[in-house]
Each structure stands twice: as C-alpha cells, then as structure tokens.
Ligand binder design. Structure first.
Ligand code: AP5
Length: 217
C-alpha cells in the first residue's frame, strides 16, 4: 500500500505512523525525522533545513521534493510506503503524483487525522521524544514511568525546539495556508479518508486501520 498521512502539527501523525506502518508492513518515511537527523549530523541539508524548522516554516519545496525522491528510490519503498509529513504543499503533491506515475504506480489513499487547534496545542506543548529510539511520549497523555527517561530503551527524553508556543502558532498558520488545501486536492482524486483523531491513541489506531481496510489495507 502507498499511503500518505496528513493532519496539523501534533495531530498524532508520528504516533500513528509507527503502528500503521507496522500493521501494513511498509516503511514509515517521515520528512520531519529525516530533516531532524540531518540537523543533528550537521549535514548541508540539515544546516539549510534548520533555519526554516526553528522558525516553524516549511522547508522550500525543491529541497524537500529532491530528498523524498531519493528516499523513495531505496529498495524498501518499492512495494509500498507510509509518508508522514509529505506532501505538505500542492506543488509537493503534484511532484509526488508525477514521481509515482513515472514509476508506473500511484498513491492508494491519503488518511487525514482530524483534530482541533486547542488539542494540537495541548499535545505539542507536552510532547517529549526519546533521544535513543525516537519513541514519542507526552507528559500527560502518554507519560513515562520515570520522568525524562524512555520506558522502551532507557535513553533521555527531549523537547523539540519547534514546540515552543510562538513556533507552534507559526506552524499552525503554515498548515492552514499551505497544507490544508491538500484535503481538496486529494478529495478531488477520490483518495481522501478522514478520521476523528481525538481520544486514546489505541482508539485512533483502530479507526485508522478500519478506514484503510476498504482501500486494501
Ligand atoms: P514534522 O516533524 O513533520 O512536524 P509536524 O507535521 O508539525 O508534526 P509533528 O511531528 O509536530 O506532530 P505529529 O502529527 O507527528 O504528532 P505526534 O505523533 O508527535 O515537521 C517538522 C518541521 O520539518 C516542519 O515544521 C518543517 O519545517 C519541516 N518539514 C517536514 N516535512 C516537510 C515538508 N514536507 N515540507 C516542508 N517542510 C517540512 O503527537 C504529538 C503529541 O501528542 C505527542 O506527545 C503524542 O504523545 C501526543 N499524542 C498523539 N496522539 C495522541 C492522542 N490520541 N491523545 C493524546 N495525545 C496524543
């Protein structure tokens, strides 16, 4: 299955991507994770991306599209993938359609996680991520047993630089302006399915997997 997850910052894309990708046995490809890994390694791509990420703005389309093109060319993505955080603009969506068409294939479905802004702000301000295994936690909704330490691997947790209130506000504006139009874009292709992404994580996963069943997932 070739699947895209779309939804505002903090909707739970990263959280759900892990479960859904495992369920579908496809690689999870998160552009945010790839950018963060480049930032922490200090690569030229990371240096360029960091300027935008710290401001809560989108990295330019050309940079992002080239990065995804390279990632999708890797052998593990040949039979299917779950894209988390890409596409994020209409030009990115058009580039993805073209890239897949050139490979003789197409997206199967776009799953929209629907959450309101107040919930997004609660989720992002309490998010913590593991430095070791990358697992996403929340200080209130999904807390670790020992504060600041990952239950899964024992490494330290950190708060993302872009989860500060002023940056969250910019990210929400960027989403409304540049990413929300993708709902119409994929709706017109008959590929969009939206689910309520509020409530416990496990309930959202069940809703997601149910929704994907009619698309062959
Ligand atoms: P990216 O990393 O993609 O950030 P995002 O889209 O803003 O999404 P988040 O990772 O913040 O949230 P999420 O939806 O994954 O939620 P999560 O599961 O963590 O991008 C970061 C930056 O990179 C961008 O701002 C941009 O600069 C750049 N970038 C990336 N892709 C790009 C692109 N295509 N084009 C251009 N630039 C790009 O959950 C959030 C919190 O909520 C967690 O603490 C979690 O534990 C909790 N939670 C999850 N589900 C629930 C639930 N059901 N109930 C309660 N709490 C929950």
């Amino acid at each position: 299955m070739r699947l895209v997850l779309v939804g505002p910052p903090g909707a739970g894309k990263g959280t759900q991507a892990e479960f859904i990708a495992a369920h579908l046995a496809v690689p999870k490809i998160s552009t945010g994770d790839i950018f963060r890994s480049n930032v922490s390694q200090g690569t030229p791509l990371g240096v360029e991306a960091k300027r935008y990420m710290d401001a809560g703005e989108l990295v330019p389309d050309e940079v992002t599209i080239n990065m995804v093109r390279d990632r999708l060319a890797e052998p593990d993505a040949s039979e299917g993938f779950l894209l988390d955080g890409f596409p994020r603009t209409t030009p990115q969506a058009a580039a993805l359609d073209k890239l897949l068409a050139d490979l003789g294939t197409a997206l199967d479905v776009v799953l929209e996680l629907v959450v309101d802004d107040d919930e997004v702000i609660r989720r992002l301000s309490g998010r913590r991520t593991c430095r070791g295994c990358g697992k996403i936690w929340h200080v209130e909704f999904d807390a670790t047993t020992r504060e600041g330490i990952c239950d899964r691997c024992g490494a330290e947790l950190f708060q993302r630089d872009d989860d500060k209130p002023e940056t969250i506000a910019t990210r929400l504006r960027e989403y409304a302006e540049k990413t929300a139009p993708l709902v119409d874009y994929y709706g017109a292709q008959g590929k969009l399915v939206g689910i309520d992404a509020t409530g416990p994580v496990e309930d959202v996963t069940v809703r997601a997997i149910d929704a994907l069943r009619s698309y062959g997932g």
